[in-house]
Design a protein around this ligand. Structure first.
Ligand SMILES: Nc1nc2c(ncn2[C@@H]2O[C@H](COP(=O)(O)OP(=O)(O)OP(=O)(O)O)[C@@H](O)[C@H]2O)c(=O)[nH]1
Ligand SMILES: [Mg+2]
Ligand SMILES: [Zn+2]
Length: 277
Protein backbone atom coordinates (compact mmCIF):
# COMPACT_ATOMS: atom_id res chain seq x y z
CA UNK A 1 0.00 0.00 0.00
CA UNK A 2 1.29 3.45 -0.88
CA UNK A 3 -0.04 6.49 0.94
CA UNK A 4 -0.58 9.90 -0.61
CA UNK A 5 2.71 11.18 0.83
CA UNK A 6 4.51 8.30 -0.86
CA UNK A 7 5.18 6.11 2.17
CA UNK A 8 4.84 2.43 1.40
CA UNK A 9 3.33 0.13 4.01
CA UNK A 10 3.45 -3.59 3.98
CA UNK A 11 -0.07 -4.67 4.92
CA UNK A 12 -1.81 -7.72 6.20
CA UNK A 13 -5.58 -8.03 5.87
CA UNK A 14 -7.97 -8.25 8.81
CA UNK A 15 -9.68 -11.60 9.23
CA UNK A 16 -13.24 -10.36 8.81
CA UNK A 17 -12.22 -8.46 5.74
CA UNK A 18 -10.71 -11.55 4.17
CA UNK A 19 -13.92 -13.42 4.82
CA UNK A 20 -16.07 -10.93 2.93
CA UNK A 21 -14.37 -12.11 -0.18
CA UNK A 22 -13.37 -8.83 -1.83
CA UNK A 23 -9.75 -9.59 -2.37
CA UNK A 24 -7.87 -6.33 -2.88
CA UNK A 25 -6.49 -5.81 -6.38
CA UNK A 26 -3.96 -3.55 -8.04
CA UNK A 27 -5.31 -0.01 -8.32
CA UNK A 28 -7.62 -0.29 -5.30
CA UNK A 29 -8.01 2.59 -2.91
CA UNK A 30 -7.92 1.22 0.58
CA UNK A 31 -8.05 2.25 4.21
CA UNK A 32 -5.25 1.12 6.44
CA UNK A 33 -4.44 1.32 10.14
CA UNK A 34 -0.78 2.20 10.39
CA UNK A 35 1.08 0.10 12.94
CA UNK A 36 4.74 0.97 12.37
CA UNK A 37 6.52 3.32 9.92
CA UNK A 38 6.46 0.54 7.34
CA UNK A 39 3.60 -1.77 8.33
CA UNK A 40 -0.15 -1.60 8.53
CA UNK A 41 -3.39 -3.53 8.54
CA UNK A 42 -5.78 -3.34 5.62
CA UNK A 43 -9.25 -2.37 6.88
CA UNK A 44 -11.28 -2.04 3.72
CA UNK A 45 -11.38 -1.44 -0.01
CA UNK A 46 -13.22 1.59 -1.40
CA UNK A 47 -15.84 1.08 -4.04
CA UNK A 48 -14.15 0.70 -7.43
CA UNK A 49 -14.82 3.41 -10.00
CA UNK A 50 -13.84 1.07 -12.80
CA UNK A 51 -12.83 -2.55 -12.93
CA UNK A 52 -11.07 -4.58 -15.57
CA UNK A 53 -10.77 -8.30 -15.10
CA UNK A 54 -8.17 -8.76 -17.75
CA UNK A 55 -5.69 -7.27 -17.20
CA UNK A 56 -6.91 -7.22 -13.57
CA UNK A 57 -6.83 -3.64 -12.33
CA UNK A 58 -9.18 -1.21 -10.60
CA UNK A 59 -9.80 2.53 -10.94
CA UNK A 60 -7.99 3.29 -14.20
CA UNK A 61 -9.23 6.15 -16.40
CA UNK A 62 -7.80 4.93 -19.65
CA UNK A 63 -6.73 1.80 -21.49
CA UNK A 64 -3.87 2.02 -23.95
CA UNK A 65 -4.20 -0.93 -26.27
CA UNK A 66 -0.77 -1.71 -27.67
CA UNK A 67 -0.41 -3.64 -30.91
CA UNK A 68 2.32 -4.23 -33.46
CA UNK A 69 2.14 -4.95 -37.19
CA UNK A 70 4.34 -8.04 -36.83
CA UNK A 71 6.06 -10.01 -34.11
CA UNK A 72 3.51 -10.98 -32.93
CA UNK A 73 1.13 -10.90 -35.92
CA UNK A 74 -1.63 -8.43 -35.21
CA UNK A 75 -5.07 -9.58 -34.15
CA UNK A 76 -7.78 -7.03 -34.90
CA UNK A 77 -10.23 -9.23 -33.06
CA UNK A 78 -8.26 -9.05 -29.84
CA UNK A 79 -7.97 -5.29 -30.31
CA UNK A 80 -11.74 -5.00 -30.78
CA UNK A 81 -12.36 -7.16 -27.70
CA UNK A 82 -10.22 -4.87 -25.59
CA UNK A 83 -12.02 -1.82 -26.96
CA UNK A 84 -15.43 -3.35 -26.17
CA UNK A 85 -14.33 -4.04 -22.59
CA UNK A 86 -13.00 -0.50 -22.25
CA UNK A 87 -16.28 0.94 -23.58
CA UNK A 88 -18.31 -1.27 -21.26
CA UNK A 89 -16.44 0.23 -18.30
CA UNK A 90 -16.74 3.79 -19.70
CA UNK A 91 -12.96 4.00 -20.00
CA UNK A 92 -11.12 6.16 -22.47
CA UNK A 93 -9.24 4.08 -25.02
CA UNK A 94 -6.15 4.91 -27.02
CA UNK A 95 -4.53 2.66 -29.59
CA UNK A 96 -0.77 2.54 -29.74
CA UNK A 97 0.60 0.89 -32.83
CA UNK A 98 4.18 0.05 -31.86
CA UNK A 99 7.08 -1.37 -33.91
CA UNK A 100 6.48 1.15 -36.65
CA UNK A 101 10.00 0.24 -37.81
CA UNK A 102 8.71 -3.24 -38.76
CA UNK A 103 5.70 -1.97 -40.68
CA UNK A 104 5.50 -3.31 -44.23
CA UNK A 105 3.46 -0.26 -45.16
CA UNK A 106 -0.28 -0.06 -45.35
CA UNK A 107 -1.05 -1.19 -41.79
CA UNK A 108 -0.68 2.31 -40.44
CA UNK A 109 -2.99 3.76 -43.06
CA UNK A 110 -5.53 1.01 -42.41
CA UNK A 111 -5.33 1.45 -38.63
CA UNK A 112 -5.66 5.22 -38.83
CA UNK A 113 -8.66 4.86 -41.13
CA UNK A 114 -10.51 2.10 -39.31
CA UNK A 115 -9.90 3.20 -35.74
CA UNK A 116 -9.48 6.93 -36.30
CA UNK A 117 -12.89 7.02 -37.96
CA UNK A 118 -14.35 4.96 -35.13
CA UNK A 119 -13.26 7.78 -32.84
CA UNK A 120 -10.16 6.35 -31.20
CA UNK A 121 -6.87 8.23 -31.05
CA UNK A 122 -4.18 6.16 -32.78
CA UNK A 123 -0.50 6.73 -32.03
CA UNK A 124 2.29 5.16 -34.10
CA UNK A 125 5.43 4.50 -32.12
CA UNK A 126 8.70 2.66 -32.24
CA UNK A 127 10.13 1.87 -28.84
CA UNK A 128 13.24 0.64 -30.67
CA UNK A 129 13.89 3.96 -32.41
CA UNK A 130 12.34 6.13 -29.69
CA UNK A 131 9.83 7.42 -32.21
CA UNK A 132 6.71 9.34 -31.08
CA UNK A 133 7.33 8.56 -27.43
CA UNK A 134 6.44 12.14 -26.50
CA UNK A 135 3.00 11.68 -28.02
CA UNK A 136 2.42 8.59 -25.90
CA UNK A 137 3.78 10.32 -22.82
CA UNK A 138 1.33 13.18 -23.29
CA UNK A 139 -1.52 10.69 -23.18
CA UNK A 140 -0.22 9.10 -19.99
CA UNK A 141 0.68 12.09 -17.81
CA UNK A 142 -1.71 13.16 -15.04
CA UNK A 143 -4.03 10.21 -15.26
CA UNK A 144 -4.25 6.53 -14.44
CA UNK A 145 -3.75 4.25 -17.41
CA UNK A 146 -3.18 0.62 -18.13
CA UNK A 147 -1.25 -0.78 -21.07
CA UNK A 148 -2.81 -3.92 -22.47
CA UNK A 149 -2.16 -6.15 -25.44
CA UNK A 150 -0.54 -9.31 -26.72
CA UNK A 151 2.71 -10.56 -25.29
CA UNK A 152 5.71 -9.18 -27.15
CA UNK A 153 4.12 -6.07 -28.68
CA UNK A 154 6.44 -3.88 -26.63
CA UNK A 155 4.40 -2.59 -23.67
CA UNK A 156 7.32 -2.69 -21.23
CA UNK A 157 9.73 -1.36 -23.88
CA UNK A 158 7.45 1.63 -24.46
CA UNK A 159 7.24 2.43 -20.76
CA UNK A 160 11.03 2.24 -20.47
CA UNK A 161 11.19 4.86 -23.21
CA UNK A 162 8.57 7.07 -21.59
CA UNK A 163 10.47 6.96 -18.30
CA UNK A 164 13.93 5.39 -18.59
CA UNK A 165 14.34 5.04 -14.81
CA UNK A 166 11.68 2.34 -14.72
CA UNK A 167 14.07 -0.32 -16.10
CA UNK A 168 11.31 -2.81 -16.76
CA UNK A 169 12.34 -6.20 -18.00
CA UNK A 170 11.65 -6.74 -21.70
CA UNK A 171 11.68 -10.00 -23.57
CA UNK A 172 12.81 -11.76 -26.63
CA UNK A 173 10.44 -12.74 -29.38
CA UNK A 174 10.71 -16.49 -29.86
CA UNK A 175 11.89 -17.35 -33.36
CA UNK A 176 9.53 -20.25 -33.73
CA UNK A 177 6.31 -18.77 -32.42
CA UNK A 178 6.95 -15.14 -33.38
CA UNK A 179 5.37 -14.34 -30.06
CA UNK A 180 6.57 -12.84 -26.84
CA UNK A 181 7.28 -15.10 -23.93
CA UNK A 182 5.29 -13.37 -21.24
CA UNK A 183 8.18 -11.41 -19.87
CA UNK A 184 5.97 -9.27 -17.61
CA UNK A 185 4.45 -11.56 -15.03
CA UNK A 186 2.36 -9.26 -12.82
CA UNK A 187 0.26 -6.16 -13.13
CA UNK A 188 2.36 -3.37 -11.71
CA UNK A 189 1.22 0.18 -11.11
CA UNK A 190 4.10 2.59 -11.72
CA UNK A 191 4.40 6.22 -10.68
CA UNK A 192 5.03 8.67 -13.51
CA UNK A 193 7.34 11.63 -12.91
CA UNK A 194 5.05 13.75 -15.09
CA UNK A 195 2.12 12.93 -12.78
CA UNK A 196 -0.26 10.02 -12.75
CA UNK A 197 0.18 6.30 -12.80
CA UNK A 198 0.53 3.67 -15.46
CA UNK A 199 0.22 -0.08 -15.15
CA UNK A 200 2.39 -2.48 -17.08
CA UNK A 201 0.65 -5.82 -17.51
CA UNK A 202 1.40 -9.31 -18.80
CA UNK A 203 0.35 -9.92 -22.39
CA UNK A 204 -2.43 -12.29 -23.39
CA UNK A 205 -4.00 -13.50 -26.60
CA UNK A 206 -7.38 -14.80 -25.38
CA UNK A 207 -10.01 -12.54 -23.92
CA UNK A 208 -13.61 -13.34 -23.04
CA UNK A 209 -16.44 -10.85 -22.99
CA UNK A 210 -18.04 -12.64 -20.06
CA UNK A 211 -19.53 -9.56 -18.36
CA UNK A 212 -20.85 -7.92 -21.50
CA UNK A 213 -24.60 -8.08 -22.13
CA UNK A 214 -25.41 -8.94 -25.75
CA UNK A 215 -28.13 -6.27 -26.04
CA UNK A 216 -25.66 -3.57 -24.97
CA UNK A 217 -23.02 -4.60 -27.46
CA UNK A 218 -24.02 -2.08 -30.17
CA UNK A 219 -23.28 0.77 -27.74
CA UNK A 220 -19.72 -0.44 -27.39
CA UNK A 221 -18.99 0.23 -31.08
CA UNK A 222 -19.01 4.04 -30.99
CA UNK A 223 -19.06 4.45 -34.77
CA UNK A 224 -22.45 2.67 -34.97
CA UNK A 225 -24.18 5.38 -32.98
CA UNK A 226 -24.86 8.05 -35.59
CA UNK A 227 -26.06 5.49 -38.11
CA UNK A 228 -28.22 3.52 -35.65
CA UNK A 229 -30.50 6.56 -35.32
CA UNK A 230 -31.75 5.79 -38.83
CA UNK A 231 -32.44 2.07 -38.39
CA UNK A 232 -36.11 1.24 -38.84
CA UNK A 233 -36.30 -0.39 -35.39
CA UNK A 234 -35.17 1.41 -32.30
CA UNK A 235 -34.02 -1.89 -30.83
CA UNK A 236 -32.20 -2.90 -34.03
CA UNK A 237 -29.27 -5.22 -33.33
CA UNK A 238 -27.92 -4.57 -36.85
CA UNK A 239 -27.98 -8.17 -37.76
CA UNK A 240 -30.31 -8.82 -40.66
CA UNK A 241 -33.19 -6.54 -39.64
CA UNK A 242 -34.83 -4.67 -42.55
CA UNK A 243 -33.76 -1.07 -43.16
CA UNK A 244 -30.74 -1.28 -40.94
CA UNK A 245 -28.67 1.87 -41.39
CA UNK A 246 -25.64 0.33 -39.70
CA UNK A 247 -25.53 -2.52 -42.19
CA UNK A 248 -25.94 0.03 -45.00
CA UNK A 249 -22.99 2.00 -43.63
CA UNK A 250 -20.93 -1.21 -43.69
CA UNK A 251 -21.96 -1.88 -47.30
CA UNK A 252 -20.95 1.62 -48.38
CA UNK A 253 -17.66 1.47 -46.49
CA UNK A 254 -18.54 4.08 -43.87
CA UNK A 255 -18.11 1.47 -41.15
CA UNK A 256 -15.13 -0.90 -41.44
CA UNK A 257 -16.11 -4.45 -42.43
CA UNK A 258 -13.62 -5.91 -39.95
CA UNK A 259 -15.25 -4.05 -37.06
CA UNK A 260 -18.73 -5.16 -38.12
CA UNK A 261 -17.63 -8.79 -38.51
CA UNK A 262 -16.11 -8.75 -35.05
CA UNK A 263 -19.33 -7.21 -33.76
CA UNK A 264 -21.31 -10.15 -35.19
CA UNK A 265 -18.85 -12.62 -33.67
CA UNK A 266 -19.15 -10.97 -30.26
CA UNK A 267 -22.94 -10.88 -30.55
CA UNK A 268 -23.04 -14.64 -31.13
CA UNK A 269 -20.62 -15.21 -28.33
CA UNK A 270 -22.40 -13.10 -25.71
CA UNK A 271 -25.78 -14.58 -26.69
CA UNK A 272 -24.40 -18.10 -26.36
CA UNK A 273 -23.07 -17.21 -22.91
CA UNK A 274 -26.47 -15.89 -21.84
CA UNK A 275 -28.19 -19.06 -23.04
CA UNK A 276 -25.85 -21.18 -20.96
CA UNK A 277 -26.62 -19.36 -17.67
N1 LIG B 1 11.61 -3.79 -33.87
C1 LIG B 1 11.08 -3.39 -32.71
N2 LIG B 1 11.15 -4.20 -31.65
C2 LIG B 1 10.58 -3.78 -30.50
C3 LIG B 1 9.93 -2.53 -30.37
N3 LIG B 1 9.44 -2.42 -29.12
C4 LIG B 1 9.78 -3.56 -28.48
N4 LIG B 1 10.48 -4.39 -29.30
C5 LIG B 1 11.02 -5.72 -28.97
O1 LIG B 1 9.95 -6.62 -28.77
C6 LIG B 1 10.28 -7.57 -27.76
C7 LIG B 1 9.18 -7.63 -26.70
O2 LIG B 1 9.10 -6.40 -26.01
P1 LIG B 1 8.47 -6.27 -24.56
O3 LIG B 1 8.54 -4.81 -24.20
O4 LIG B 1 9.07 -7.23 -23.61
O5 LIG B 1 6.97 -6.70 -24.86
P2 LIG B 1 5.73 -6.77 -23.84
O6 LIG B 1 4.53 -6.27 -24.58
O7 LIG B 1 6.07 -6.04 -22.59
O8 LIG B 1 5.58 -8.33 -23.59
P3 LIG B 1 4.97 -9.11 -22.28
O9 LIG B 1 5.61 -8.51 -21.07
O10 LIG B 1 5.34 -10.54 -22.49
O11 LIG B 1 3.49 -8.90 -22.33
C8 LIG B 1 11.64 -7.15 -27.22
O12 LIG B 1 12.60 -7.95 -27.82
C9 LIG B 1 11.76 -5.71 -27.64
O13 LIG B 1 13.09 -5.31 -27.81
C10 LIG B 1 9.89 -1.68 -31.53
O14 LIG B 1 9.35 -0.58 -31.54
N5 LIG B 1 10.47 -2.18 -32.66
MG1 LIG C 1 6.16 -6.64 -20.66
ZN1 LIG D 1 -29.58 -1.51 -37.46
Amino acid sequence: MRSEDGTVYRCSARGRFKMKGTAPMVGDRVSVTVLTPSEGVLEGVDERRTLLKRPPIANVDQVVVVCAPQEPPMSLQLLDRLLVLAESQFLEAVICMNKEDLSLGGEDVMMAEVYGSAGYPVIFTSALLGHNIEQLKEKLCSRISVLAGQSGVGKSSLLNQVQPGLSLRTGEISDKLKRGRHTTRHVELLILECGGFVADTPGFSQLELSDVASNELPHFFPEFKDHALYCRFKSCMHRGEPDCAVKEAVDTGKIAASRYENYLTFLEETRAQERSY
